[in-house]
Design a protein around this ligand. Sequence first.
Ligand SMILES: [Mn+2]
Length: 443
Amino acid sequence: MDASDGPELILLSDLHLGAERGRGLFRADTELAAFLRWVAEETGPARVVIAGDFLDFLVPRDGEESVPAFDPHGAMARAGAIVEHHPEVFDGLARLVSSPRHELWILSGNHDPELLLPDVREVLHRRLGLNALASSIRWRTEGEAAGFQVGPARVLVAHGDCFDDVNRIEHGTLRTAVNRLSYGFSQPKEHEYEPPLGTRLVVEHVLGLRSRYPWVDALKPEREAVFPVLNQFLSFAEKKRFRKVLWEIFRSQWDSFWSRSLRKSSPETLVRANEADSPRERLRLWLEEEASLVRSSSEDRGEDLIPRLRQVSAEDGSFDLFAPDACTRWVPLFLDRGADLVVMGHTHAAKALPLERGLYLNSGSWGRLLPLPESAASEGEWKGFLADLHAGRDLGEARPTWVRVERDARGTRACLMEWKDSAAESRAFYRFEPENRHWKREG
Ligand SMILES: [Mn+2]
């Protein structure tokens, strides 16, 4: 590779390293350490970008039942505990940080907005062998996207929670809170930061279910499968509490959709409702989605769970790299503004979707994933699956994916990759055609 070609990009996200080991969402210590060794030895010059949810501050330590939704005072200790539980991963990252051929970029996500706290970043700097004066980690902790140029292709990288009303971090109020905290205004009513409702759902409901149902954060699709299953398994009192939060989410989504997409749109964009992506069409899709969510939390009596899940399984594209996801209809906003490739994570569902103008790749997750059985699977298989879930079997496995964008003799290419059996495997590979700013699938 010539120097003029510039560094390649290696993008991964949603590692969810928590202050625990051998349980929970992330258990791929050995695989991730091997991957980082491969990156250090086999690639370069390269920029390695961890695009959000690198750490998970919403994971309890041994003996803790739950965690606070936002705990600026405990965040440093929790970061320290996370680092302690995953030594080989941090050794691998330390090696990249000290490598003259590699750059490490870290974006925060909705499970680690605490990375905005300088003390938390300091914990990582120390563990990775840096002192603050010579930092060579590029932090992006205010929700901003990171832009890169690889040959003629412009690449935009973001965590992806910006499109998710339930989980989006409000970076303005978080920044204000960090500012106030630094002056000693440390009470919630003084710093005024409120985590998103999705974070509350996790700490108030999901964490309490993890020991009974360890699959709860691995089963996909999240809303369409997990909510109806829990709705059947939970006690009446638990259901009531759970539904209360779901309703709050429903209402807040309506509010935020209204304020963001309608009130702020110019009147003529609301009238011209013929295009598929018009605000009115978006509103219709939105309402449809939300209606099914509310139905699943209020009407289900249990007897129709399997037929409903069969339908979810038939329609769900979570595990299909080429099936559109909820981001697909928003990504063009970035492509229209100059990006040729948009890479995001957050959904834990790896994607490779060429759009009308540009390409959208989702880097997936290194956390565990659990698909529903095939829609057409036998009644026995479905019953067995639900019995396993009910019995609290620890189901799910990691399918570690990442994105590689590099230059070769023929130009720029972008690949969705999987780390499988200690090797890098391409799952979908696209070549950039700069003349028409188009990506052509080549493998
Ligand atoms: Mn996320």
